[in-house]
Design a protein around this ligand. Structure first.
Ligand SMILES: [Zn+2]
Length: 421
Protein backbone atom coordinates (compact mmCIF):
# COMPACT_ATOMS: atom_id res chain seq x y z
CA UNK A 1 0.00 0.00 0.00
CA UNK A 2 1.13 3.50 -0.78
CA UNK A 3 0.50 6.38 1.59
CA UNK A 4 -1.90 8.68 -0.21
CA UNK A 5 -1.80 12.35 0.78
CA UNK A 6 -4.83 13.14 -1.35
CA UNK A 7 -6.92 10.59 0.54
CA UNK A 8 -5.71 12.12 3.81
CA UNK A 9 -6.55 15.60 2.57
CA UNK A 10 -10.08 14.51 1.62
CA UNK A 11 -10.74 13.19 5.12
CA UNK A 12 -9.18 16.30 6.64
CA UNK A 13 -11.54 18.44 4.58
CA UNK A 14 -14.52 16.55 6.02
CA UNK A 15 -13.31 17.31 9.55
CA UNK A 16 -12.60 21.00 8.99
CA UNK A 17 -15.16 22.45 11.38
CA UNK A 18 -14.94 23.70 14.95
CA UNK A 19 -14.86 20.66 17.27
CA UNK A 20 -14.74 21.86 20.85
CA UNK A 21 -14.57 19.41 23.77
CA UNK A 22 -17.94 17.92 24.60
CA UNK A 23 -19.78 19.66 21.75
CA UNK A 24 -22.07 17.91 19.24
CA UNK A 25 -19.46 18.81 16.61
CA UNK A 26 -16.72 16.95 18.49
CA UNK A 27 -18.98 13.91 18.54
CA UNK A 28 -19.76 14.39 14.85
CA UNK A 29 -16.02 14.34 14.11
CA UNK A 30 -15.70 11.16 16.19
CA UNK A 31 -18.32 9.54 13.97
CA UNK A 32 -16.55 10.67 10.80
CA UNK A 33 -13.43 8.95 12.11
CA UNK A 34 -15.38 5.82 13.06
CA UNK A 35 -16.85 5.67 9.56
CA UNK A 36 -13.39 5.96 8.05
CA UNK A 37 -12.17 3.16 10.34
CA UNK A 38 -15.09 1.00 9.21
CA UNK A 39 -14.24 1.59 5.59
CA UNK A 40 -10.75 0.22 6.32
CA UNK A 41 -12.34 -2.89 7.81
CA UNK A 42 -12.19 -2.32 11.55
CA UNK A 43 -14.73 -1.46 14.20
CA UNK A 44 -13.91 1.51 16.40
CA UNK A 45 -15.34 1.98 19.88
CA UNK A 46 -16.43 5.28 21.29
CA UNK A 47 -15.10 5.63 24.83
CA UNK A 48 -16.79 8.41 26.82
CA UNK A 49 -15.18 10.33 29.68
CA UNK A 50 -16.27 13.20 31.90
CA UNK A 51 -14.86 16.69 31.54
CA UNK A 52 -15.17 19.30 34.26
CA UNK A 53 -16.04 22.47 32.42
CA UNK A 54 -17.99 25.66 32.91
CA UNK A 55 -19.88 28.52 31.37
CA UNK A 56 -19.55 32.24 31.95
CA UNK A 57 -23.01 33.85 32.00
CA UNK A 58 -21.56 37.27 32.84
CA UNK A 59 -18.14 38.91 32.38
CA UNK A 60 -17.93 42.68 32.65
CA UNK A 61 -14.88 44.91 32.80
CA UNK A 62 -15.03 48.70 33.10
CA UNK A 63 -12.35 51.29 33.65
CA UNK A 64 -13.90 53.83 36.01
CA UNK A 65 -10.98 56.21 36.64
CA UNK A 66 -9.66 58.53 35.34
CA UNK A 67 -12.20 58.10 32.55
CA UNK A 68 -15.06 55.70 32.17
CA UNK A 69 -14.89 53.08 29.46
CA UNK A 70 -16.36 49.61 29.14
CA UNK A 71 -14.36 46.93 27.29
CA UNK A 72 -15.27 43.65 25.67
CA UNK A 73 -13.75 40.78 27.63
CA UNK A 74 -14.29 37.08 28.20
CA UNK A 75 -14.29 35.59 31.68
CA UNK A 76 -12.26 32.52 32.57
CA UNK A 77 -14.40 29.44 32.98
CA UNK A 78 -14.24 27.95 36.48
CA UNK A 79 -12.83 31.22 37.87
CA UNK A 80 -14.08 32.82 41.10
CA UNK A 81 -17.30 34.82 40.86
CA UNK A 82 -17.34 38.41 42.06
CA UNK A 83 -20.11 39.86 44.21
CA UNK A 84 -23.29 40.62 42.28
CA UNK A 85 -23.18 44.17 40.97
CA UNK A 86 -19.40 44.01 40.70
CA UNK A 87 -16.32 44.93 42.71
CA UNK A 88 -14.00 47.93 42.40
CA UNK A 89 -10.21 47.76 42.58
CA UNK A 90 -7.10 49.73 41.88
CA UNK A 91 -5.67 48.69 38.54
CA UNK A 92 -2.08 47.76 37.76
CA UNK A 93 -0.13 46.58 34.75
CA UNK A 94 1.92 43.59 35.93
CA UNK A 95 4.59 43.76 33.28
CA UNK A 96 6.66 41.04 34.91
CA UNK A 97 6.91 39.10 38.13
CA UNK A 98 9.96 40.62 39.78
CA UNK A 99 9.93 41.62 43.47
CA UNK A 100 9.05 45.23 42.70
CA UNK A 101 5.92 44.34 40.76
CA UNK A 102 4.89 41.60 43.19
CA UNK A 103 5.14 44.01 46.13
CA UNK A 104 2.94 46.58 44.43
CA UNK A 105 0.28 44.10 43.31
CA UNK A 106 -1.35 43.27 46.62
CA UNK A 107 -5.10 43.88 46.59
CA UNK A 108 -5.04 45.16 43.01
CA UNK A 109 -6.61 43.95 39.81
CA UNK A 110 -3.70 43.26 37.48
CA UNK A 111 -3.22 43.06 33.73
CA UNK A 112 -0.66 40.33 33.08
CA UNK A 113 1.82 40.49 30.22
CA UNK A 114 2.34 37.00 28.89
CA UNK A 115 0.99 33.57 29.51
CA UNK A 116 -0.24 32.62 32.95
CA UNK A 117 1.66 29.40 33.54
CA UNK A 118 1.15 27.48 36.75
CA UNK A 119 4.23 29.22 38.19
CA UNK A 120 2.83 32.62 37.33
CA UNK A 121 -0.57 31.64 38.67
CA UNK A 122 0.97 30.68 42.01
CA UNK A 123 2.79 34.03 42.07
CA UNK A 124 -0.49 35.85 41.48
CA UNK A 125 -2.10 33.99 44.36
CA UNK A 126 0.89 34.59 46.65
CA UNK A 127 1.00 38.28 45.70
CA UNK A 128 -2.58 38.60 46.94
CA UNK A 129 -4.01 40.19 43.79
CA UNK A 130 -7.77 40.78 43.64
CA UNK A 131 -8.02 39.32 40.16
CA UNK A 132 -6.18 39.24 36.86
CA UNK A 133 -6.60 39.74 33.16
CA UNK A 134 -4.62 38.21 30.30
CA UNK A 135 -4.26 39.51 26.74
CA UNK A 136 -5.00 37.70 23.50
CA UNK A 137 -4.21 38.48 19.89
CA UNK A 138 -1.81 41.17 18.69
CA UNK A 139 -1.60 44.97 18.69
CA UNK A 140 -2.47 45.08 14.98
CA UNK A 141 -5.64 42.97 15.17
CA UNK A 142 -8.80 44.16 13.51
CA UNK A 143 -11.77 43.33 15.67
CA UNK A 144 -13.99 41.93 12.93
CA UNK A 145 -11.20 39.70 11.62
CA UNK A 146 -10.21 38.15 14.95
CA UNK A 147 -11.83 36.34 17.87
CA UNK A 148 -11.42 36.66 21.61
CA UNK A 149 -11.41 33.19 23.10
CA UNK A 150 -12.62 31.97 26.47
CA UNK A 151 -10.02 30.58 28.82
CA UNK A 152 -10.40 28.24 31.73
CA UNK A 153 -8.85 27.90 35.18
CA UNK A 154 -7.73 24.29 35.02
CA UNK A 155 -8.08 21.92 37.95
CA UNK A 156 -4.32 21.86 38.49
CA UNK A 157 -4.38 25.65 38.90
CA UNK A 158 -7.55 25.75 41.03
CA UNK A 159 -5.76 23.72 43.72
CA UNK A 160 -3.82 26.86 44.62
CA UNK A 161 -6.91 29.02 45.01
CA UNK A 162 -9.32 30.88 42.78
CA UNK A 163 -9.45 34.44 41.51
CA UNK A 164 -11.76 36.33 39.18
CA UNK A 165 -10.02 36.24 35.79
CA UNK A 166 -10.63 37.85 32.41
CA UNK A 167 -9.19 37.80 28.91
CA UNK A 168 -9.04 40.90 26.71
CA UNK A 169 -7.81 41.85 23.26
CA UNK A 170 -4.24 43.15 23.23
CA UNK A 171 -5.34 46.25 21.30
CA UNK A 172 -7.75 47.09 24.13
CA UNK A 173 -5.12 46.38 26.76
CA UNK A 174 -2.85 48.84 24.98
CA UNK A 175 -5.56 51.47 25.05
CA UNK A 176 -6.20 50.89 28.74
CA UNK A 177 -2.53 51.60 29.49
CA UNK A 178 -2.46 54.63 27.23
CA UNK A 179 -5.48 56.03 29.08
CA UNK A 180 -3.59 55.56 32.39
CA UNK A 181 -6.39 53.59 33.99
CA UNK A 182 -6.20 53.56 37.78
CA UNK A 183 -9.49 52.07 38.92
CA UNK A 184 -11.67 49.32 37.48
CA UNK A 185 -14.98 47.64 38.18
CA UNK A 186 -15.20 43.93 37.46
CA UNK A 187 -18.13 41.57 37.54
CA UNK A 188 -17.91 37.85 36.86
CA UNK A 189 -20.36 35.01 37.11
CA UNK A 190 -19.21 31.47 36.32
CA UNK A 191 -21.06 28.17 36.48
CA UNK A 192 -19.35 24.80 36.60
CA UNK A 193 -20.68 21.65 34.98
CA UNK A 194 -19.58 18.25 33.72
CA UNK A 195 -19.83 17.30 30.05
CA UNK A 196 -18.97 14.19 28.07
CA UNK A 197 -16.17 13.88 25.54
CA UNK A 198 -15.03 10.76 23.66
CA UNK A 199 -11.96 8.85 22.55
CA UNK A 200 -12.24 6.76 19.38
CA UNK A 201 -10.32 3.52 19.86
CA UNK A 202 -9.38 0.66 17.51
CA UNK A 203 -7.27 -2.40 18.31
CA UNK A 204 -5.28 -4.22 15.65
CA UNK A 205 -4.12 -7.50 17.21
CA UNK A 206 -0.48 -8.44 16.87
CA UNK A 207 0.34 -11.62 14.97
CA UNK A 208 3.44 -12.63 16.93
CA UNK A 209 3.67 -10.58 20.10
CA UNK A 210 0.05 -9.69 20.85
CA UNK A 211 0.87 -8.89 24.48
CA UNK A 212 3.13 -6.03 23.53
CA UNK A 213 1.02 -2.98 22.71
CA UNK A 214 1.99 0.15 20.83
CA UNK A 215 -0.37 3.11 21.01
CA UNK A 216 -0.75 5.34 17.97
CA UNK A 217 -2.64 8.52 18.80
CA UNK A 218 -3.76 11.95 17.64
CA UNK A 219 -6.26 14.39 19.10
CA UNK A 220 -9.23 15.34 16.96
CA UNK A 221 -10.80 18.16 18.98
CA UNK A 222 -10.18 21.85 18.28
CA UNK A 223 -10.49 25.07 20.25
CA UNK A 224 -13.37 27.51 19.76
CA UNK A 225 -13.31 29.54 16.52
CA UNK A 226 -10.69 27.20 15.02
CA UNK A 227 -11.32 24.74 12.19
CA UNK A 228 -8.37 22.86 13.62
CA UNK A 229 -7.12 21.45 10.35
CA UNK A 230 -3.43 21.89 11.11
CA UNK A 231 -4.09 21.33 14.83
CA UNK A 232 -5.04 18.53 14.62
CA UNK A 233 -7.25 17.07 11.91
CA UNK A 234 -3.87 16.63 10.19
CA UNK A 235 -2.63 14.23 12.87
CA UNK A 236 -5.98 12.47 12.88
CA UNK A 237 -5.80 11.70 9.16
CA UNK A 238 -2.14 10.74 9.47
CA UNK A 239 -2.85 7.94 11.92
CA UNK A 240 -5.88 6.91 9.84
CA UNK A 241 -3.50 6.33 6.95
CA UNK A 242 -1.24 4.38 9.32
CA UNK A 243 -4.21 2.21 10.28
CA UNK A 244 -4.82 1.59 6.60
CA UNK A 245 -1.21 0.50 6.18
CA UNK A 246 -1.35 -1.92 9.10
CA UNK A 247 -4.71 -3.29 7.94
CA UNK A 248 -2.92 -4.43 4.81
CA UNK A 249 0.31 -5.36 6.59
CA UNK A 250 -0.72 -7.06 9.85
CA UNK A 251 1.63 -5.97 12.65
CA UNK A 252 3.59 -8.40 14.82
CA UNK A 253 2.76 -6.36 17.91
CA UNK A 254 -0.70 -5.19 18.89
CA UNK A 255 -1.55 -1.67 17.82
CA UNK A 256 -4.03 0.53 19.57
CA UNK A 257 -5.14 3.51 17.51
CA UNK A 258 -6.68 6.30 19.57
CA UNK A 259 -8.22 9.54 18.40
CA UNK A 260 -8.31 11.63 21.56
CA UNK A 261 -11.04 14.09 22.49
CA UNK A 262 -10.48 17.17 24.67
CA UNK A 263 -6.73 17.48 24.23
CA UNK A 264 -7.14 21.23 24.06
CA UNK A 265 -8.61 21.36 27.57
CA UNK A 266 -5.47 19.85 29.07
CA UNK A 267 -4.78 16.43 27.45
CA UNK A 268 -8.00 15.11 28.96
CA UNK A 269 -8.62 12.33 26.41
CA UNK A 270 -5.19 10.79 26.87
CA UNK A 271 -5.42 11.21 30.65
CA UNK A 272 -8.77 9.38 30.59
CA UNK A 273 -7.28 6.67 28.38
CA UNK A 274 -4.30 5.89 30.63
CA UNK A 275 -6.64 5.79 33.62
CA UNK A 276 -9.12 3.49 31.89
CA UNK A 277 -6.39 1.08 30.82
CA UNK A 278 -4.28 1.41 33.99
CA UNK A 279 -4.39 -2.35 34.59
CA UNK A 280 -2.80 -3.25 31.27
CA UNK A 281 -0.29 -0.44 30.90
CA UNK A 282 2.55 -2.81 31.76
CA UNK A 283 1.96 -4.26 28.28
CA UNK A 284 2.17 -0.87 26.55
CA UNK A 285 5.72 -0.51 25.30
CA UNK A 286 5.58 2.66 23.21
CA UNK A 287 3.43 5.51 21.95
CA UNK A 288 3.45 7.27 18.60
CA UNK A 289 1.69 10.64 18.68
CA UNK A 290 0.99 12.97 15.79
CA UNK A 291 0.08 16.56 16.63
CA UNK A 292 -0.04 19.29 13.96
CA UNK A 293 0.74 18.64 10.33
CA UNK A 294 0.08 19.26 6.69
CA UNK A 295 1.30 22.87 6.67
CA UNK A 296 2.71 23.88 3.28
CA UNK A 297 5.12 26.43 4.80
CA UNK A 298 6.16 24.01 7.49
CA UNK A 299 9.08 21.99 8.76
CA UNK A 300 9.06 18.35 9.79
CA UNK A 301 9.86 17.59 13.36
CA UNK A 302 10.23 14.63 15.69
CA UNK A 303 10.04 15.16 19.43
CA UNK A 304 11.42 12.16 21.27
CA UNK A 305 10.15 11.44 24.76
CA UNK A 306 12.22 8.33 25.33
CA UNK A 307 15.71 6.98 25.83
CA UNK A 308 18.10 9.40 24.11
CA UNK A 309 19.31 6.59 21.85
CA UNK A 310 16.07 6.85 19.93
CA UNK A 311 17.11 10.32 18.72
CA UNK A 312 20.09 8.79 16.94
CA UNK A 313 18.00 5.96 15.58
CA UNK A 314 15.50 8.42 14.08
CA UNK A 315 18.32 10.60 12.75
CA UNK A 316 19.95 7.65 11.00
CA UNK A 317 16.66 6.33 9.65
CA UNK A 318 15.76 9.79 8.32
CA UNK A 319 19.12 9.97 6.55
CA UNK A 320 18.70 6.48 5.18
CA UNK A 321 15.34 7.20 3.57
CA UNK A 322 15.99 10.88 2.79
CA UNK A 323 13.52 12.50 5.16
CA UNK A 324 14.27 16.03 6.31
CA UNK A 325 13.43 16.50 9.97
CA UNK A 326 14.33 18.34 13.12
CA UNK A 327 14.86 16.04 16.09
CA UNK A 328 14.42 17.09 19.71
CA UNK A 329 14.85 15.09 22.89
CA UNK A 330 12.00 16.57 24.86
CA UNK A 331 8.38 16.29 25.91
CA UNK A 332 5.59 17.79 23.83
CA UNK A 333 2.55 19.61 25.10
CA UNK A 334 0.37 16.87 23.70
CA UNK A 335 -1.15 13.46 24.37
CA UNK A 336 2.17 11.63 24.63
CA UNK A 337 2.80 13.27 28.00
CA UNK A 338 0.21 11.34 30.09
CA UNK A 339 1.75 8.17 28.57
CA UNK A 340 5.24 9.29 29.55
CA UNK A 341 3.85 9.96 33.03
CA UNK A 342 3.03 6.24 33.19
CA UNK A 343 6.52 5.33 32.04
CA UNK A 344 5.61 4.72 28.40
CA UNK A 345 8.16 6.18 25.97
CA UNK A 346 6.93 8.06 22.92
CA UNK A 347 7.75 9.79 19.69
CA UNK A 348 5.81 12.80 18.44
CA UNK A 349 5.65 13.53 14.73
CA UNK A 350 4.73 17.07 13.78
CA UNK A 351 4.98 19.51 10.93
CA UNK A 352 5.12 22.98 12.39
CA UNK A 353 7.46 25.94 12.30
CA UNK A 354 7.48 28.46 9.51
CA UNK A 355 7.04 31.36 11.88
CA UNK A 356 4.32 33.94 12.48
CA UNK A 357 2.27 34.84 9.45
CA UNK A 358 2.88 31.57 7.66
CA UNK A 359 -0.06 29.86 9.23
CA UNK A 360 1.83 28.43 12.17
CA UNK A 361 1.38 31.68 14.06
CA UNK A 362 -2.35 31.20 13.67
CA UNK A 363 -2.63 28.20 15.95
CA UNK A 364 -5.90 28.17 17.86
CA UNK A 365 -7.49 30.89 15.69
CA UNK A 366 -9.95 31.04 12.80
CA UNK A 367 -6.92 31.20 10.48
CA UNK A 368 -5.98 27.56 11.10
CA UNK A 369 -7.46 26.91 7.69
CA UNK A 370 -7.28 24.42 4.89
CA UNK A 371 -5.75 26.81 2.37
CA UNK A 372 -2.48 26.48 4.30
CA UNK A 373 -2.51 22.67 4.08
CA UNK A 374 -1.48 20.38 1.23
CA UNK A 375 -1.78 16.70 0.44
CA UNK A 376 1.97 16.57 -0.24
CA UNK A 377 2.85 17.99 3.17
CA UNK A 378 0.56 15.46 4.84
CA UNK A 379 1.99 12.62 2.81
CA UNK A 380 5.68 13.23 3.46
CA UNK A 381 5.34 13.03 7.26
CA UNK A 382 2.96 10.07 7.07
CA UNK A 383 5.36 8.13 4.86
CA UNK A 384 8.10 8.54 7.42
CA UNK A 385 5.79 7.76 10.33
CA UNK A 386 4.77 4.53 8.56
CA UNK A 387 8.40 3.64 7.78
CA UNK A 388 9.40 4.19 11.40
CA UNK A 389 6.35 2.40 12.83
CA UNK A 390 6.72 -0.56 10.48
CA UNK A 391 10.27 -1.13 11.71
CA UNK A 392 9.70 -0.98 15.43
CA UNK A 393 6.25 -2.58 15.45
CA UNK A 394 7.72 -5.64 13.73
CA UNK A 395 11.12 -5.66 15.46
CA UNK A 396 12.40 -9.01 16.69
CA UNK A 397 13.24 -7.43 20.03
CA UNK A 398 11.46 -4.19 20.81
CA UNK A 399 14.32 -1.71 20.53
CA UNK A 400 13.19 1.18 22.73
CA UNK A 401 13.78 0.58 26.45
CA UNK A 402 10.72 1.09 28.60
CA UNK A 403 12.69 3.37 30.83
CA UNK A 404 12.59 7.13 30.60
CA UNK A 405 15.71 9.15 31.37
CA UNK A 406 15.55 11.35 34.48
CA UNK A 407 15.70 14.55 32.41
CA UNK A 408 12.46 13.52 30.66
CA UNK A 409 10.79 12.35 33.89
CA UNK A 410 11.57 15.75 35.45
CA UNK A 411 10.07 17.59 32.49
CA UNK A 412 6.92 15.46 32.59
CA UNK A 413 6.53 16.02 36.33
CA UNK A 414 6.99 19.74 35.92
CA UNK A 415 4.56 19.88 33.00
CA UNK A 416 1.93 17.93 34.88
CA UNK A 417 2.67 20.02 37.96
CA UNK A 418 3.36 17.11 40.23
CA UNK A 419 6.02 19.04 42.05
CA UNK A 420 4.62 21.74 44.29
CA UNK A 421 7.88 23.66 44.58
ZN1 LIG B 1 -2.79 19.94 19.01
Amino acid sequence: MKVDGKRQYDLLEKMGFVRVSGSPEELKAAHILMDAVKEIGFEATLEPFDVADGTVPLASFEVIEPEYRKYTVTGYKCAKCTAKGGEEYDFMYMEQFDDVMVKRAKGKFVLVNGRVTLDIYKKLIDAGVAGFMTMGGTVIDEVEKTDLDTRKIRDTYAEYGLLPAFHIRMIDALEILKSKATKVRIELETKNHIHTSHNVVVTVPGTEYPDEIIDIGAHYDSVEFSYGVWDNAAGSVTIMEMLRYFAENPPKRTLRFIWFGSEELGLLGSKAYVEKYANELDKHVFMINVDVGGSILGQNNAVITADEGLCKYVEYLAKEVGYSTGIRHDIMSSDSTPFADKGIPAINFARGGGGAGSGMGFMHTRYDMISLISADALQVVTEFAVTFADKIVNAVVFPVPKKLPQVIIDKVDKYLAKKKD
